[in-house]
Design a protein around this ligand. Structure first.
Ligand SMILES: O=C(O)C[C@H]1C=CC(=O)O1
Length: 91
């Protein structure tokens, strides 16, 4: 199942810098592990924003929910999920 996911990140300015650095490093490692496994198929930066558009290829809605809710930056994100299916004109 393919999903397009937009993540907008908003880390509070008063978050302890060490905690910020640790959280971002854990997010990077978590994301790269899922990219290597193939479940996080694409990630693109949205120009000018601390946001990304990602494509996930997962077995179920529940698996996507598990992945997203375990993102280290999850508490500082708003997330929009769009389920995708094949376009009839796709070649
Ligand atoms: O930078 C972001 O867009 C947020 C997040 C998603 C993957 C990652 O490494 O950080």
């Amino acid at each position: 199942m393919l999903f397009c996911v937009r993540m907008d990140v908003s880390i509070p300015r008063d978050l302890d810098p060490a905690e910020r650095e640790d959280t971002v490093a854990r997010e990077r490692a978590y994301s790269q592990e899922l990219q290597r496994s193939g479940e996080w198929a694409h990630i693109w930066r949205i120009v000018g924003l601390y946001s990304n558009i990602s494509i996930f290829d997962v077995d179920s809605n529940a698996r996507l929910h598990e992945i997203l809710s375990n993102l280290p930056l999850f508490p500082y994100m708003s997330i929009e999920v769009t389920a995708l299916t094949e376009h009839p004109s796709a070649i």
